[in-house]
Write a protein that binds this ligand. Structure first.
Ligand SMILES: NC(=O)c1ccc[n+]([C@@H]2O[C@H](COP(=O)([O-])OP(=O)(O)OC[C@H]3O[C@@H](n4cnc5c(N)ncnc54)[C@H](OP(=O)(O)O)[C@@H]3O)[C@@H](O)[C@H]2O)c1
Length: 255
């Protein structure tokens, strides 16, 4: 008996989990992407792209495709889809599990200023001009325009179009993972004096925090939004184990 699994993705971990589950003959896996990235990474399982039309729309999809298990493996800052997933799973009576990377915690030597959003981070940068490395999504950058006196180095996966109304902004296009030596070289080359980032967690982009620690640079780190309390795995392998336990109990119930 195969179990139908829908993975809400858009993260490296979702891609890894979809590969693990896809290789296991017990599962029929579909991965869902919002469609934000122009050239998403290749996936080993069928992919559907675009919103569902809120929690009701997602519940309708789960029913229509007779989904047995929903996995929310979206980014920890994608709070709307995670909220929708919890509601839709309850509406459709489908078990939900979450794959979410643990958040980063400060260690000795870190100089973090934790804030609730990008606008607060920009305000906290202060009125003295600084060289600021910005690691945010291209749709999150508008608040930078409130502090045009800083010199920004902005790294994103897709181009920032149109460019921001800022007199000193350098745009870098790159997709992680990023190595520590490369981050150190980048920060020195661009004379970075502060870093603005989100507490995304995971290994692929942690090196900017390590580089900041080594260079004594302040990090303005946006805290995670509130997310639904759901059974969670921290890694794709852990999520795979949870899925297989769920599948066994569904099979016992004849689902
Ligand atoms: N936010 C970040 O920092 C971040 C970083 C890296 C990757 N991502 C990925 O980028 C995507 C969008 O993130 P976001 O912050 O814009 O999300 P969001 O604000 O939580 O979601 C906005 C809407 O986008 C649609 N959506 C989001 N994720 C989807 C998915 N995996 N499949 C189908 N529809 C989805 C849903 O539309 P409907 O209501 O119409 O269903 C949702 O209501 C997510 O897949 C997330 O994992 C986000």
């Amino acid at each position: 008996m195969t179990h139908r699994i829908l993975i809400l993705g858009g993260t490296t971990e979702a891609r890894q989990l979809s590969r693990l589950l896809g290789e296991d003959g017990r599962y029929d896996v579909t991965l869902s992407l919002a469609g934000r990235t122009r050239a998403p990474a290749a996936h080993a399982v069928p992919v559907r792209v675009g919103g569902f039309g809120g929690a009701e729309g997602l519940a309708g999809y789960l029913r229509e495709y007779r989904t047995d298990i929903l996995v929310d493996a979206t980014h920890p800052f994608a709070a709307r889809i995670s909220g929708n997933a919890a509601v839709a799973a309850a509406l459709a009576g489908v078990p939900l599990l979450v794959l979410r990377r643990p958040e980063w915690r400060p260690v000795e030597g870190d100089r973090w200023i934790e804030v609730d959003g990008v606008a607060q981070a920009v305000a906290a940068l202060g009125t003295e001009p600084r060289g600021v490395f910005v690691a945010l999504g291209r749709q999150e950058l508008a608040p930078l325009e409130a502090a045009p006196w800083h010199r920004y180095v902005i790294r994103s996966v897709d181009p920032v179009e149109p460019p921001l109304a800022l007199p000193a902004a350098t745009y870098l296009l790159a997709r992680g993972p990023f190595g520590l030596d490369d981050e150190l070289a980048l920060f020195e080359r661009h004379r970075v004096e502060a870093v603005l980032a989100k507490n995304s967690g995971g290994e692929a982009t942690y090196s900017k925090l390590e580089a900041s620690r080594k260079l004594g640079i302040e990090v303005f780190l946006v805290r995670r939004p509130a997310l639904p309390e759901v059974a969670s795995a921290a890694t794709p392998v852990e999520a795979m184990t949870m899925v297989s336990h769920l599948a066994v109990s569904l099979a016992k119930r004849g689902v």
